[in-house]
Design a protein around this ligand. Structure first.
Ligand SMILES: NC(=O)c1ccc[n+]([C@@H]2O[C@H](COP(=O)([O-])OP(=O)(O)OC[C@H]3O[C@@H](n4cnc5c(N)ncnc54)[C@H](O)[C@@H]3O)[C@@H](O)[C@H]2O)c1
Length: 465
């Protein structure tokens, strides 16, 4: 049997082992889905603390039910986590879910993907399906990952046990010095890209029922990838190559970026013209075709939308291509926290107060409602600007007990009481968590700047975006 036939037959018998590299917001739900389907799943995690938590059945991701994690770890024994990456040789598939942030020059930081590829090359066995799930620029899978995995497989003892038999059969004196063998693509391993589409906090769509796009480098890879993902995902949509799949992910996120930027720009103009942008959107939504509503806010956050344009720009430069519209969208959004600061300082000014020395309470630091993720959250930047201008900053977020801002300021969530609201010169609504009792907040606050249209019925003490 060929490697491909052996692997497909293992999958058919449910005997395959899936390795998930990186157990964060994306990797852990994916791992749990495979484990729930009865597939033996090993999570490879750099953080020992996270690996230990999982092995003790303790959940740390909001979208996973604690009982489900416990069930697959403690009762079904289908999921375990490890920091021992040599165990990659036990796996038939390795799915990479590591971070893809920006470096300090706002360029793609590919070090996490590179490190995962090095570990894979050194430790995998022959006949392994490898898929990247992290968001990245088109061409990453073929141009960055493939050569890295092949190169580092030269240090893999399992690749080198594959020295040609003819050489091994020669008398010692006639043998060629051993050359470093590498695993070969489409024979020993198959590479694909299949972007994660998880939407944290979404109650309707989760890992299993969100259709998954996949592009493999070869027909064999596509067939194997489909058989593997089918265990954990209901609907796989195949595209012709990894670079198409990579572009799909960037298109989805850039589409959101551009539309959010558009509505933010409209909101700023509408504010100057005394037009209520929220009323405008509600009216536009009555058009049954050709319009999709996006909502303004203090800026974009999270791990994807603010970062993706920089990933696209990186590759566009190589093709001498200027992304003028996407760049403009990125710039509008980057300025939103500053505009929001100005909005807040104007509100205080109307109250005959300066930011300097005022108590300013921010409600919500998560980048979107009902989740515990503050990465790239615009609230953090507004808090930084406010503190820099002398404002006395506090925050409350029911999902996040402490945060470090971009400028390394550390804050702990305060309790949301009548007293904390009443003692603030200005209360800023930065995240529309469902837990916020809007009536209570309105009743006890002196001045409110509502950046999320949480308070439908305004009032003299409420300023909206
Ligand atoms: N969070 C989302 O909503 C979301 C949605 C879609 C796509 N994505 C993309 O998915 C990728 C992962 O995002 P995330 O939110 O899960 O990140 P995360 O930071 O929550 O999780 C990544 C995990 O990988 C671990 N890790 C880092 N390097 C590693 C390595 N070399 N080997 C093993 N483990 C390693 C980290 O310790 C961490 O636990 C990113 O590219 C992101 O853009 C995220």
């Amino acid at each position: 049997m060929t490697n491909k036939e052996t692997l497909l037959s293992k999958i058919a018998k449910n005997d395959e082992v899936i390795g998930i590299i990186g157990l964060g917001y994306v990797g852990l739900p994916l791992a749990v889905n495979f484990a729930e389907a009865g597939v033996k799943t090993i999570g490879f995690e750099k953080s020992k603390e996270k690996a230990d938590l999982i092995n003790s059945g303790t959940n740390y991701i909001g979208d996973i039910r604690d009982a489900v994690l416990r069930e697959v770890v403690v009762n079904k024994l289908t999921l375990e986590a490890t920091t021992d990456f040599t165990r990659m040789k036990e796996c038939d598939a390795l799915l990479i879910c590591v971070p893809t942030p920006l470096d300090k020059f706002r360029k793609p930081d590919m070090s996490y993907i590179e490190s995962a590829c090095i570990d894979i090359g050194k430790n995998m066995k022959s006949a392994t399906f490898i898929s990247l799930e992290s968001t990245t620029y088109p061409t990453t899978t073929e141009d960055l990952m493939l050569p890295l995995i092949e190169e580092y497989s030269k240090q893999n003892p399992l690749a080198n046990s594959q020295q040609p038999i003819t050489n091994r059969q020669q008398p010692a004196a006639n043998r060629q010095p051993p050359t470093a063998n590498s695993f070969k693509h489409d024979k020993d391993f198959w590479l694909a890209y299949s972007p994660e589409r998880v939407d944290p906090g979404n109650k309707d769509y989760h890992t299993r029922n969100t259709p998954k796009v996949m592009g493999a480098m070869t027909k064999n890879g596509m067939e194997i990838g489909e058989a593997i993902y089918n265990k954990a995902i209901d609907n796989i949509y195949k595209v012709s190559s990894p670079r198409v799949a990579e572009m799909v992910k960037i298109l989805e996120n850039t589409y959101r970026l551009v539309n959010i930027s558009l509505i933010n720009e409209m909101a700023l103009l509408a504010g100057k013209m005394d037009i209520n942008i929220w009323e405008v959107i509600e009216a536009a939504k009555t058009k049954p075709f050709g319009f999709q509503a996006f909502y303004p806010g203090p800026g974009i956050g999270g791990h994807c939308i603010p970062l993706d344009p920089f990933y696209l720009e990186h590759i566009a430069k190589k093709y001498d291509f200027d992304l003028s519209m996407i760049n403009a969208a990125g710039h509008i959004n980057m300025r939103m926290p500053h505009y929001m600061y100005i909005k807040m300082s104007r509100a205080l000014n109307l109250d005959k107060k300066a930011v300097n020395g005022s108590n300013i309470l921010f409600l919500g630091v998560a980048y979107k409602p009902n989740i515990n993720d503050a990465r790239e959250s615009p609230a953090l930047e507004i808090m930084d600007i406010t503190a820099h201008k002398g404002g006395i900053v506090t925050y409350h977020d029911p999902y996040i007990s402490n945060v470090k801002t971009n400028k390394a300021r550390f804050f702990e969530s305060v309790e949301l009481t009548k007293e904390t609201l009443a003692s603030a010169d200005c209360v800023v609504l930065t995240t529309n968590h469902k837990d916020f009792d809007v009536k209570f907040i309105k009743q006890h606050s002196k001045l409110i700047v509502d950046m999320r249209n949480m308070i439908e019925e305004g009032g003299a003490n409420v300023m909206k975006l």
